[in-house]
Design a protein around this ligand. Sequence first.
Ligand SMILES: Cc1cc2nc3c(=O)[nH]c(=O)nc-3n(C[C@H](O)[C@H](O)[C@H](O)COP(=O)(O)OP(=O)(O)OC[C@H]3O[C@@H](n4cnc5c(N)ncnc54)[C@H](O)[C@@H]3O)c2cc1C
Length: 492
Amino acid sequence: MAVSRRHVLRAAGLGAGCAALGVSWRMSGPSAEPVGAEVDWGALRQRLTGALTLPADPGYAVAKLAYNPMFDTRQPAGVVRCANVSDVQACIEAAATRIPLAARGGGHSYAGYSTPDGGLIADMGELKSVEVRADGTAVIGAGARLIDVYAGLAQQGRCLPGGSCPTVGITGLTLGGGIGVLAGKYGLTCDSLLSAEIVTADGVIRTACADSEPDLYWALRGGGGGNFGIVTSLTFRTVPAQRLAVFQIRFPAGSLSAVLGAWQSFIANAPDEFWSTLGISAGSPPTCRINGCFVGAEAEMNTQIDRLIAATGATTTARYTDTLDYLPAMRYFGGCANYSVAQCRPSWNDTGVLGRESFMASSRMLTGPIADPDRFTALLTGRTGLDVLLDSLMGAPARVPAADTAFAYRGALASAQIYVGATTPQARAAVSDVRDGLGDLVGGTGVVNYIDTTMSNWPSAYYGGNAQRLSEISRHYDPDGVFTFAQSVSKI
Ligand SMILES: Cc1cc2nc3c(=O)[nH]c(=O)nc-3n(C[C@H](O)[C@H](O)[C@H](O)COP(=O)(O)OP(=O)(O)OC[C@H]3O[C@@H](n4cnc5c(N)ncnc54)[C@H](O)[C@@H]3O)c2cc1C
């Protein structure tokens, strides 16, 4: 790729609805440097406002940590804690074509793609501001974690449909879609994205929105993290924060087939306000529970829960309901109900108490109901330590026209995560077995936010019929494949 250090002042003229850009530079060529040339770390450090941490520096062992300890053996060549957009440009210029480059938000990539061995991490963690404007839109720094987003919005009485885990990054989540407890009512996280500021491989700061870089805007809503450049901020539509009714019901062992059959029919016809996830623990026999929430009164939620339980024909073994304000509800679903916002942050590189987690996982997308729940039950019988989580995608996500965003599975019934809390070869084998068995039931689909290095036919699994258009957009914005990793769109 062609790289020069020529700075270009660009008076950016953008269409209506997009924020004005500042000064940017452009990399242009041809470059005198061969591909694979050394990175000039000294020059990079001088140019940066944020810190550069190299392997010999104190703090390197912490700076490189991702969420999953499975990636602790990776040795990135450097980690830049980007302090501003210019630092992001400096990272791209320094690393492009020389060493792998990856942006990092929350560090939760299932495949560790934000921790490239021998590469440069552009850590966005300092860019975590949350600004709510008078019109209710929110401008969020690309490095914000979900807890920062929820707390910042709640302070202004606003909310955004996001995901559950408080330490997940808003950008990784959004770029791959974003499934959470408010999805039924308000859609995927990417459905609320109005615009994104992104630095592309040529070093140019672009604003992708409906009337500027529309192809890029399309691709950033479901096309997967790390593919088209480094996002520096996201602007979302938000809605007024409301109190939420929350619930969990548990079923006796042996009832999975009946519960699955009933749940699939129920969610296809449930009101948008009612969202749920069916959690299944493999075993002999497997067990299951349903968690969820209702955007409205607890009494109305209870009516829905009664209907659902009746449809299963089973007697529940436990039933919990409550009504919570928006932020406590997000903390409840994030497993940190008993902690303050400050505590709901990472313990490994921040002041919080939340720890990391070793796991292996994969996914499928249920484009329709599993026709034979008994076969699904059989797939999970006799295994231990493995969970499957089915998250409803009915309601608002299903009504977005398929061509409007890169998220490939509009109208799908639910996503399926297959999860083992270990990183042994046996854990990998179990996850792959269940993924493949589920694939026999629902087809060779997958969820890019639950990215799996061993997923076969990954372009079609993650992107379905959108794979080709995504590939063309990648070639346009990143012709030299600066943003390349094992399952990057640049490889399609
Ligand atoms: C415990 C846990 C809970 C989860 N819960 C949910 C959930 O409720 N709903 C859901 O939909 N998903 C969920 N996920 C999946 C999550 O959405 C994805 O793993 C997501 O990619 C994580 O984003 P991140 O920023 O935390 O991770 P990172 O590893 O930092 O990034 C993920 C990918 O996005 C890229 N990326 C990060 N920042 C940028 C940027 N600024 N510009 C361009 N590319 C970037 C990275 O290079 C990498 O390829 C969960 C994951 C975990 C581990």
